[in-house]
Design a binder for this molecule. Structure first.
Ligand SMILES: [Zn+2]
Length: 431
């Protein structure tokens, strides 16, 4: 078993200080949480085995399992056939189908929503191009006013909540992923350079639109959520140190070290797009020159196409735009072939720095890098191997397993985790 923590508390988040006294209700909740975690990692288990595993008495396990069943979190399974003497035990299983979380990703190119249950099954998903309006200037640059974006996001979330209600799912929480650093205490996006946002009270504005009865809502950075979504796949193989790189017009990193998400003291960890890799290079959104994302941002790839190419249109869904790029690449478009062969090299210019600083065992390519994993993973792996200082430091490169909308999947997974932290949040199920 690995000690992967999905729900590292946010800076300033309220977690009981170590050693503080625990009330009866808190103790019961903690023990229920322990049972759920054992059931999740073990699958089904008898009450006796649960008692043995957790150190709780059999009587306590029976009471707690009863309460978990009332809340629809566990169910009685098949009878165990042990082939030994004595009464066969009834198996208790995690019931992952009644509780779900919602993840929302705001990206410069799209708005995606995912409804995922405790069992990890995606029950509903939707995505639309990022709402925008034409700018006033002669270049017609499109902008993303917060009110317009949040209105549309609220409608998409409501759609997911309606699906959940129709399927009798209880929603443990909603996690929203904006593409930039977050002020966790204020539920505000500090800035998102790709959207042109600064100090946007996203949490409050979205909550207001969802009405007074909305589920608990939290913000988390897109790359961090994508890393959390990917972590279980790697943890199964004992890998607890990973860097997830998400690529769109900007580049972000989600860092998991020793099984824990690293936020940094103010939540700014992983803002890697502005690592300087080319002194005196192209001007960047941030005002400096030669930042990593001026070399590997998606807009840099798109810039080699004809201005009229549909892959450039912000009004076309992202998957179609990327599919168009793939078609051109497969047809041997020389501009794209050249760009992609340089892209792997440019990726390593920044990724190499991250590997030296963080020494992860896995590097996961997400966003559009992940969409083109078949083209990029090989060359990136080879280039990183070539610059290794010692044999022990090799990193394993792979593409994201949750596709383009990994942050929404991760957001839903993090939201539903609230119920594993505190099972008493789940309402009792009417019989
Ligand atoms: Zn920059």
């Amino acid at each position: 078993m690995t000690s992967l923590s999905w729900s590292t508390p946010a800076p300033g988040g309220g977690r009981r200080p170590q050693g503080a006294p625990m009330g009866h209700a808190a103790m019961r909740s903690a023990n229920m949480s322990l049972l759920l975690r054992v059931l999740r990692s073990r699958g089904g288990s008898s009450r006796a085995a649960l008692a043995q595993e957790t150190g709780l008495s059999k009587a306590a396990v029976t009471t707690l399992v009863g309460e978990l069943a009332e809340r629809g979190l566990v169910q009685e399974g098949r009878v165990e056939r042990r082939g030994t003497v004595g009464r066969p035990g009834t198996e208790v299983r995690l019931d992952g189908r009644r509780v779900a979380g919602v993840g929302v990703e705001l990206n410069v190119d799209y708005l995606a929503v995912c409804l995922r249950d405790l069992a990890g099954e995606v029950r509903f998903t939707s995505s639309i191009p990022m709402p925008s309006q034409a700018g006033p200037g002669p270049d017609g640059a499109r902008s993303h006013p917060p009110a317009l974006v949040i209105d549309r996001a609220a409608r998409q979330v409501q759609e997911a909540l309606d699906v959940a209600a129709a399927e009798s799912l209880w929603i443990a929480g909603i996690t929203v992923a904006p593409p930039g650093p977050i002020d966790y205490a204020a539920s505000t996006v500090r800035f998102a350079s790709t959207l042109g946002w600064e100090a946007v009270p996203l949490g409050e504005e979205l909550a207001r639109r969802l009405g007074p009865d909305h589920p608990e809502l939290a913000l988390e950075n897109d790359a961090k959520l994508s890393a959390l979504a990917e972590a279980p796949r790697l943890a199964q193989r004992g890998i607890e140190d990973l860097v997830y790189l998400t690529g769109d017009n900007g580049v972000g990193a989600g860092i998991i070290a020793e099984g824990r998400l690293i936020r940094g003291w103010s939540g700014f960890s992983g803002e890697v797009g502005h690592i300087g890799v080319e002194p005196g290079g192209e001007p960047c959104r941030c005002g400096r020159r030669g930042c990593w994302e001026t070399l590997v941002g998606l807009d840099r790839v798109l810039a080699v196409l004809d201005p009229q190419d549909p892959a450039l249109s912000a009004l076309v869904p992202m998957q179609e735009r990327l599919a168009r790029l793939r078609t051109l690449l497969e047809e041997g478009d020389p501009r794209l072939l050249q760009r992609f062969s340089a892209l792997a090299e440019d990726l390593v210019r920044g990724a190499g720095v991250l590997m030296d600083v963080l020494n992860p065992r896995a590097l996961v390519l997400g966003g559009y890098f992940g969409y083109f994993a078949d083209v990029l993973v090989g060359p990136v792996q080879a280039a990183l191997d070539a610059r290794l200082l010692a044999d022990g430091g090799r990193v394993e490169v792979s593409g994201s397993s949750h596709g383009l909308f990994a942050a929404a999947v991760g957001g839903a997974a993090v939201a539903v985790e609230r119920v594993l932290e505190n099972p008493m949040l789940a309402p009792t199920v009417p019989r």
